[in-house]
Design a protein around this ligand. Sequence first.
Ligand SMILES: Cc1cc2nc3c(=O)[nH]c(=O)nc-3n(C[C@H](O)[C@H](O)[C@H](O)COP(=O)(O)OP(=O)(O)OC[C@H]3O[C@@H](n4cnc5c(N)ncnc54)[C@H](O)[C@@H]3O)c2cc1C
Length: 180
Amino acid sequence: MIGEPGEGFKIAMSAIDQGRFTVAAGACGLIRACLEASVKYCHERQAFGQEIGRFQLVQQMIAKMVRGYETSRLLVFRAAELKNRGIRNTRETSLAKWHACDCAFEAANDAVQIHGAYGYSNEYPVERYLRNARGAVIYEGTREIHTILQAEYALGYRVDKPLRCPQPPAQGYEAVAARG
Ligand SMILES: Cc1cc2nc3c(=O)[nH]c(=O)nc-3n(C[C@H](O)[C@H](O)[C@H](O)COP(=O)(O)OP(=O)(O)OC[C@H]3O[C@@H](n4cnc5c(N)ncnc54)[C@H](O)[C@@H]3O)c2cc1C
């Protein structure tokens, strides 16, 4: 038995910031994969006598992937820094998960669009990226649950209760941080 009878829910809640964090980090990887596949295809595919990457509406989709990737990464890094220091990060991890998963879904949807009909087939990986991105908007707290969490934090309706099992600082982290 882990913990005491009746503590299961509290202990599970202690772990949820870790699961959500890994989903957020995975979503960053997914956005990057969408970006790399799309940039490659933009250079390969010609339409109306030029690479499709030359069309501004295609560039808009690429630009949104860049924005989603960079902002998601920064939010994940911020949550990671708090975790390394052993500081409560439920609010920051929730925001990273919500934002990164929404951006990953948008990036994957646009990656399919950029690939045209090939994007819909399994000859290219982007249709798989879209399926994978869709699930992450649902699990580890749905998009709606994170929306409510963020609103409640901002409005002051939500204040974190102490965790049953708080995470300690990462071992050796202070020494690594001091070295830069
Ligand atoms: C690919 C995939 C893998 C999964 N893997 C796992 C796993 O490994 N382990 C595990 O335990 N679970 C897993 N799940 C389950 C996942 O955690 C749940 O599906 C998720 O928590 C949503 O619960 P639900 O499906 O019961 O939806 P519901 O709770 O029935 O929600 C249905 C809809 O109502 C909305 N909703 C619900 N409550 C509110 C509210 N209070 N306010 C506003 N909107 C609300 C939801 O956001 C959603 O849009 C997985 C799900 C998927 C899709």
